[in-house]
Design a protein around this ligand. Sequence first.
Ligand SMILES: C[C@@](CO)(OP(=O)(O)O)[C@H](O)COP(=O)(O)OP(=O)(O)OC[C@H]1O[C@@H](n2ccc(N)nc2=O)[C@H](O)[C@@H]1O
Ligand SMILES: Nc1ncnc2c1ncn2[C@@H]1O[C@H](COP(=O)(O)OP(=O)(O)O)[C@@H](O)[C@H]1O
Length: 291
Amino acid sequence: MSLVLPMTLLSPAKLNLFLHINGRLPNGYHELQSLFHFLDYGDTMTFSESDQHLFTCDNPELETEDNLIIKARNALVEINSLRDKPQHLQPIHIHLNKVLPMGGGVGGGSSNAATTLLALNEIWQLQLSKPQLEEIGLKLGADVPIFVRGESSIAEGVGEHLTPYPVNEAWYVVLTPDAHVNTAMLFNSDSLPRDTAKIPLSEIDYQAVDPQFKNDFENIVIKGYPTVAKSLNWLLEYGPARMTGTGACVFAEFCSQDEANEIFRRLPVELAGFVAKGCNISPTHQTLFGQ
Ligand SMILES: C[C@@](CO)(OP(=O)(O)O)[C@H](O)COP(=O)(O)OP(=O)(O)OC[C@H]1O[C@@H](n2ccc(N)nc2=O)[C@H](O)[C@@H]1O
Ligand SMILES: Nc1ncnc2c1ncn2[C@@H]1O[C@H](COP(=O)(O)OP(=O)(O)O)[C@@H](O)[C@H]1O
């Protein structure tokens, strides 16, 4: 497929509709079961022709070499350079418009890395398969493969084993408390419940209102971060609400856009968030592959 540049893609947020910790492995990592779903809301990334590889961001603090966008681009440049007949790679300017809260459990950095891998693979015609891109992505972060896959899925193992699991595409009110939660610290916490029973895949029938689906990090985070507790308690007034990932963002599901907007309009000024629609196919894939 030949792409017209400049090209702008939405690099979406994800929600963990549930996140269960089933056990701890001898290497310290945790076995989990989690349902990942995409939102039609996120950062935007623009890819344009340039005379040198370039990465810019509306937030200059993110323009560093350890940005996952640069790491993803460099991984593809290296793979090409190791091929028998390396291709000439057109230098690309990648611009990121950062919208998603960082370290909020909505996966912005992982999403940006995956969007970079998917877009450059098409622009440079590298012909890397999705499984190959997922493998490259996994080295950048545990959640990159799910964004490369681009389908609502249940993650198992330590997060690497993905099974597509489409759900009803509802509307979400997502609140974004001003708190940066440390993922590694939470995984190491003595208070983390690690014994949620694994549900056989064939028996998972996800319903937002069903209390068997929960986030095992939620109780520790609300104890340690009052702003998260405040946002979650506000949402709980209107229906079942839950935290995503290791926090800090929390969400509640609604049947219609009108209902979600109506609740969001009541948000007190000291709380922040957004309204978005759930997507079984990532918006990046919808644009890039017409899915
Ligand atoms: C748990 C999730 C669910 O989406 O939380 P969020 O990051 O979205 O909040 C993610 O998979 C997180 O992914 P990510 O934040 O990339 O974590 P990583 O860098 O891979 O791991 C950070 C640390 O968490 C611990 N870790 C991570 C994954 C796992 N299955 N078991 C673990 O024990 C390890 O101590 C690891 O060093
Ligand atoms: N492109 C990027 N966007 C956001 N964060 C990034 C990016 N590249 C690297 N990071 C780093 O990754 C950390 C976690 O980012 P993020 O994916 O937004 O968190 P979470 O997985 O909790 O939603 C950030 O604090 C930042 O230091």
